[in-house]
Design a binder for this molecule. Structure first.
Ligand SMILES: [Zn+2]
Length: 365
């Protein structure tokens, strides 16, 4: 994520903090000083927030380390003012594995809350509960942490995307029905819940409206993304690639490529050099090259040498994620060492459309 600062690395996973997080800390100090507290008391508030986000990081590591058990890597964990995000490479395909990964985060907070509660029990704690709008002191710090962790569990277990509870719900449903149908249902239930939150928010507490809107947007985004991914997971790259394509040579002129572009359907090309694929070139690259260098310039000066080689048997969902992640428009597809075709983003979208049409057709029967 851009504008993020690496603060730690644990178990091979980098932890980043987004710069907006610093605004949150600054705001806490400022508002504490405004309310008449001294600097020491204000720093206590900051220390509390840092401990809170420490719990959030541990929560994300819960997800990440459980995912690792199922062979899924986590690229990094990023802290935002609204919470943490573990960038897990993919969601495990088996529902039972997704269930464990989703539960592992909140389980960490249950464990932290349990440890604090146990400590209170064993020490015969008299009770100095943190009340709302009360400043944090050494006396109520731990009870505050207990409340924070219970809140994190309750909030995350709301059965709606993008919360962990939404994934738990989808995983449970997916054990009974297909994953795509389960995602549809989970998203619908989540959106109903979101509407209920907004409604209750108007009656009782304004914050519920924000939570409701957050869930509503998250539910639609997640449903779209998941639906696409699960449609794509029915295909391999080999199912949708194009067999008809033109390979340009790095010594061809821009003019030659532009004429080819105007003459046919292809908008992106593979470019070869020294008998192997050296890069790709898109319509935009050609237009830019034409403006900068003129039409006689060889393609070798403007081709994009960032190549994404796809395997014929790779799942289309994985290939699509890689293409979107790298921003590469066209990829050569290899079967072993042999070039068998090309894949572009249009092929992927066509596969989604075909699959949607098949599904809608089946609904009508
Ligand atoms: Zn979580």
């Amino acid at each position: 994520m851009k504008w993020s600062l690496k603060i730690a690395r644990f178990a091979g996973i980098d932890v980043f903090v987004h710069w907006t997080f610093l605004i949150l800390l600054g705001w806490i100090i400022w508002s504490n000083l405004q309310s008449g507290q001294n600097l020491l008391q204000s720093l206590m508030g900051v220390w509390f927030i840092l401990a809170l986000f420490g719990c959030v990081v541990l929560h994300e590591f819960g997800h990440a380390l459980m995912a690792r058990r199922f062979g899924v890597n986590t690229r990094h964990i990023t802290l935002l003012p609204i919470g943490g995000v573990a960038s897990i490479e993919k969601i495990p395909e088996k529902p039972i594995e997704e269930l464990w990964v989703a539960l592992a985060g909140p389980a960490v907070n249950v464990a932290i809350a349990g440890l604090i509660a146990l400590g209170f029990l064993l020490s015969g704690w008299e009770g100095n509960w943190l009340a709302l709008a009360q400043p944090i002191t050494a006396g109520n710090f731990l009870s505050g942490m207990l409340l924070v962790n219970i809140t994190l569990v309750l909030f995350n277990m709301i059965p709606a995307f993008p919360m962990d509870g939404g994934r738990v719900l989808r995983a449970l449903l997916a054990m009974k029905m297909g994953r795509a149908v389960a995602t549809d249902w989970a998203a619908k239930i989540g959106q109903l819940l979101a509407i209920a939150f907004v409604f209750l928010g108007f009656l009782f507490n304004f914050w519920l409206i924000f939570i409701g809107l957050f869930i509503y947007l998250g539910a639609s985004a997640e449903a779209n993304y998941e639906a696409t991914q699960s449609l794509l997971s029915n295909f391999r790259v080999g199912d949708v690639l194009m067999h008809q394509f033109t390979i340009l040579h790095a010594s061809n002129s821009i003019d030659y490529a532009v004429r080819l572009l105007l003459d046919g359907q292809e908008k992106e090309f593979l470019v070869e050099e020294n008998q192997q694929i050296a890069g790709t070139i898109t319509r935009d690259d050609l237009i830019k090259g034409l403006q900068q260098f003129g039409k006689e310039e060889p393609l070798s000066h403007i081709l994009n040498r960032n190549l994404l080689r796809l395997d014929y048997d790779m799942a289309l969902s994985e290939a699509y994620q890689k293409m979107m992640g790298s921003g590469i428009k066209i990829c050569p597809v290899f079967r072993g060492t042999e070039l068998t075709g090309v894949l572009n983003q249009e092929n992927v979208l066509e596969a989604i459309m075909v699959q949607n049409a098949v599904r809608d057709g089946m609904k009508k029967i």
